[in-house]
Design a protein around this ligand. Structure first.
Ligand code: GLC
Length: 528
């Protein structure tokens, strides 16, 4: 194994805690449940677990509305459960990353209750309050993420407050030093308990325009997109002053050894990479969502790979994501055959991969009947923006409740869960799980695949190819992003034997010169 820090060589696995494993039969996953599945995660070979929010929350946005940052939501368990979990994770040599939600609190957070109690309350300025526009309406045109104005009128104190998401999620005022100090202490609270880092929710939102100018209309807006996309969020997000805040956050994690700051940031590459910081003193991993956002098209993916490599600052470490709890599952977006190719890409590209729970067993989005809808976005805005389909319970075993719960699951379980579950797939060498595990095993065994150098080999039609290299060891990755058979010509000097195909067979086959790829096939070739 290489000496590189854990978050460069390691693989992050995202757990949506409500849906991973229920231990008490209430149909909702919990910390004890996660703890009982650590054997599986270790067997799979991931290095770090990121758990979506587990803090006290009224659950208006399923934990992304925090009412107490330093206490565990009872639905998920107790602080003792948390301490036991982190101890077990560390005993296995794994890391634990928590979700930190600094942009907004719950409207039920004591800070907000104080803030809204009067205009003279000392915490008034902890949130973003503004007088109405001259016509009495909202102060500006900013739209909330789940639809409607981002401003909510407060009758009692005669001002509006700003919320980038639900009205139940008022935005904190990060220009106020007292807010910063309080939130940095929240970080220290968890770092002191041994947490290995944070995935920082909507990092690019933290600072808003000081003058609250109107956002410009988005010329590319079309029907079918959510209302929030009707404007370019120029003045409400990605303000220059946000970098000072991120630097301060990083300084907090740097008070401890080897801790990580991951930023959730949905921005074009050239803006995204600014979150590494001019002196690499901001987020170590600003999430790179290109594989989530791009169309699954060889040209587009190829350009993304290479544009990203070119845009990275000197010393900035890349990272890749295929899915998360906000986006449709990869197997649904691009189909199960291509999801195997995508898994090979995720686990052989240069950069830290984040694997969304269930993607390793090819879980698909699950259609949610109206009476089972949970996500507020599905009900707050006309259209089909609900995120429940990608948040359904983990599929463990072919039986009622899927081995996830002995009770009634909070979201429906996939109709094909008996075929696509851990118990079945772990015994099938052709399954997505076996492929994923093998890729992880290879990545762990060969530093070329984790921390090695990247070099583009080229693109030919639907096929993309690149090299990974470390201390004399070299691999070629050749991926057919289409369903038709293709030929790719390996350049002179690039020849070896096939280590792994995303389809069956071909291991140890010689590869050099003209290489035939079946439809939906990806090959990992060890070069001689
Ligand atoms: C992030 C989360 C998402 C949440 C939003 C508001 O984008 O990933 O689930 O709804 O922030 O906190």
């Amino acid at each position: 194994m290489t000496e590189e820090v854990w978050w460069k060589r390691g693989i992050v696995y995202q757990i949506y805690p409500r849906s991973f494993q229920d231990s008490d039969g209430d149909g909702i996953g919990d910390l004890k449940g996660i703890r009982s599945r650590l054997d599986y995660l270790q067997w799979l070979g991931v290095d770090a677990i990121w758990i979506s929010p587990i803090f006290v929350s009224p659950m208006a946005d399923f934990g992304y509305d925090v009412a107490d940052y330093c206490a565990i939501e009872p639905v998920f368990g107790t602080m003792e459960d948390f301490d036991a979990l982190i101890a077990d994770v560390h005993a296995r040599g794994m890391k634990l990353i928590l979700d930190f939600v600094p942009n907004h609190t719950s409207e039920q957070h004591p800070w907000f209750l104080e803030s809204r109690s009067s205009r003279t309350n000392p915490k008034r300025d902890w949130y973003i309050w503004h007088d109405p526009a001259p016509d009495g309406g909202p102060p500006n045109n900013w739209v909330a993420f789940f639809g409607g104005s981002g401003w909510e009128w407060d009758e009692k104190t005669g001002q509006y407050y700003y919320h980038a998401y639900l009205r139940e999620q008022p935005d904190l005022n990060w220009r106020n030093p007292a807010v910063r100090a309080a939130m940095f202490n929240v970080m220290r609270f968890w770092l002191d308990r041994g947490v290995d880092g944070f995935r920082v929710d909507v990092m690019w939102h933290l600072i808003k325009d000081a003058e609250f100018r109107d956002n410009p209309p988005n010329p590319d807006y079309r029907s079918g997109l959510p209302e929030v996309a009707s404007l370019v969020a120029f003045y409400s997000t990605d303000r220059p002053e946000v970098h000072e805040v991120v630097r301060e956050m990083r300084a907090v994690t740097d008070e401890y050894d080897e801790r990580i700051l991951i930023g959730e940031i949905y921005l074009p590459i050239d803006r995204l990479v600014t979150y590494y910081g001019e002196h690499l003193d901001e987020a170590q991993l600003p999430f790179n969502f290109q594989l989530v956002e791009d169309g699954w098209d060889a040209e587009e993916i190829w350009n993304s790979l290479n544009d990203y490599e070119a845009a990275l600052p000197n010393g900035g470490w890349p990272n890749w994501v295929l899915s998360n709890h906000d986006k449709p599952r990869v197997a649904t977006r691009i189909g199960r055959p291509q999801a195997r190719v995508a898994m090979m890409l995720l686990l052989t590209a240069r950069g830290t991969p984040t694997l969304y729970y269930g993607d390793e067993i090819a879980m698909e989005n699950v259609a949610i009947p109206e009476q089972h809808v949970q996500d507020p976005w599905q009900t707050s805005e006309p259209g089909d923006f609900g995120r429940d389909p990608q948040r359904t319970p983990m599929q463990w075993e072919p039986r009622p409740g899927s081995g996830f719960t002995s009770g009634a699951p909070w979201l429906p379980i996939a109709p094909d869960a008996a075929d696509y579950c851990v118990a079945r797939e772990s015994g099938d060498p052709a399954s997505m799980l076996s492929l994923t595990r093998r890729l992880i095993e290879l990545r762990r065994a060969h530093p070329a695949l984790s921390v090695g150098r990247y070099a583009a080999l080229g693109r030919d039609g639907d096929v993309i190819a690149f090299l990974r290299e470390h201390e004399g060891e070299r691999f070629a990755v050749v991926l057919n992003l289409g369903a038709k058979q293709r030929c790719f010509v390996l350049p002179d000097g690039v020849a070896g034997t096939v280590t792994l195909s995303t389809l069956d067979g071909r291991e140890d086959e010689a590869a050099g010169g003209a290489l035939d790829l079946r439809g939906d096939e990806g090959l990992l070739i060890r070069l001689g």
